[in-house]
Ligand binder design. Structure first.
Ligand code: SAM
Ligand code: DTB
Ligand code: SF4
Length: 323
């Protein structure tokens, strides 16, 4: 039985990450099979409910007001349009619907009330509901919990040490505080990071350590490959080596055996074989649909074809409601 631990050292994580590739994959597969079906991935659909004009300066993000990108600002989407998109997501096989807003923190009042209505509506459709709205206070987390929110996404993005090179407008501790507020309200935690931003291997280990030493582990761990967007400070970053991406996924799987490990942004840069390796390494979820929040993503048909070739399928229903 794989041990669920919360006291990983950076040295231990580095040793796992750097194992000979076949050994790393074997260990990830062993853990994966203990807790998950190997022929199924969860389909999640993202929707940007409030786009662009964000006051934060996250160096990777096309929605930051600090950079000149092609993203056009849009105000909060109305509840009806959001639920129409959720219905379409369900029809195309998604079981989780994630609503993202380019906010530094969640505004109180009318806009928050609308988000609450969206969450209720998504839950009524029988979908898991996830929100990613920026920093959240405890009382706001409780209101979202009462509306039926399944999960709140708030990524740590990278190590505490590299964080200041990527974001200067908020601190790592503020990120951790929001995760604590989410946890206290009884909403499951979705938190992960981005690789390919110029971080060192140690930064990746430190990110994984921050995630894996939370007790309980985040139920959902999105691993994003940087999408290099024109106009952002990271647009000229070096390409990420596929094996580094796969190693990150495998290590996350080994450290957090029961969590959903989500193969998130960056799939358009992966070949079919690359994506298959990610599934073999323990990724068990993808974002579906032609758009993530503002950047392109493989089309649903393309994903169905790939899963078909691999003899895999989308979850028809989540067996474990905790995720
Ligand atoms: N504003 C909220 C926040 O930052 O928590 C929610 C939306 S934000 C766009 C959600 C996450 O998307 C970020 O934490 C980041 O990890 C990811 N993300 C944004 N831009 C990305 C990019 N270019 N490549 C990969 N991931 C990205
Ligand atoms: C996560 O970790 N990745 C998703 C979801 N959580 C919200 C977002 C990826 C966004 C990629 C850039 C964009 O499309 O704007
Ligand atoms: Fe704003 Fe979130 Fe983008 Fe940072 S990642 S600029 S907080 S939308």
């Amino acid at each position: 039985m794989a041990n669920t631990r919360h006291d990983w050292t950076v040295g231990e994580i580095g040793t796992i990450h750097d194992l000979p590739f076949p050994e790393l994959i074997f260990r990830a597969q062993t853990v994966h099979r203990e807790f998950h079906k190997t022929d199924e991935v969860q389909g999640c659909q993202l929707l940007s409910i409030k786009t662009g004009g964000c006051p934060e300066d996250c160096a990777y993000c096309p929605q930051s007001a600090h950079y000149k990108t092609e993203v056009e600002r849009e105000k909060l989407l109305d509840v009806g349009k959001t639920l129409e998109s959720a219905r379409n997501a369900k029809a195309s096989g998604a079981t989780r619907f994630c609503m993202g807003a380019a906010w530094r923190d969640v505004p109180d009042g009318d806009q928050f009330d609308q988000v609450i209505e969206m969450v209720k509506g998504v839950r009524e459709l029988g979908l898991e509901a996830c929100c990613t709205l920026g920093m959240l206070r405890e009382d706001q987390a409780e209101k979202l919990a009462a509306a039926g929110l399944t999960a709140y996404n708030h990524n740590l993005d990278t190590s505490p040490e590299f964080y200041g090179d990527i974001i200067t407008t908020r601190t790592y501790d503020e990120r951790l505080k929001t995760l604590e507020n989410v946890r206290k309200a009884g909403v499951t935690v979705c938190s992960g990071g981005i690789i390919g931003m110029g971080e060192t291997p140690e930064d990746r280990f430190r990110l994984l350590q921050q995630l894996a030493n939370q007790d309980p582990h985040p139920e959902s761990v999105p691993i994003n490959q940087l999408v290099k967007v024109k106009g952002t400070p990271l647009e000229e970053e070096k390409d990420l080596d596929l094996f580094d991406f796969v190693r990150m996924i495998a290590t996350a799987r080994i450290l957090m055996p029961k969590s959903m490990v989500r193969l998130s942004a960056g799939r358009l840069d992966l070949s079919d074989e690359g994506q298959a390796l990610c599934f073999i390494a323990g990724a068990n979820s993808i974002f579906m649909g032609e758009k993530l929040l503002t950047t392109p993503n493989p089309e649903a048909d393309r994903d169905r074809e790939l899963l078909g070739k691999l003899g895999m399928k989308l979850f028809s229903e989540k067996a474990d409601a905790a995720h």
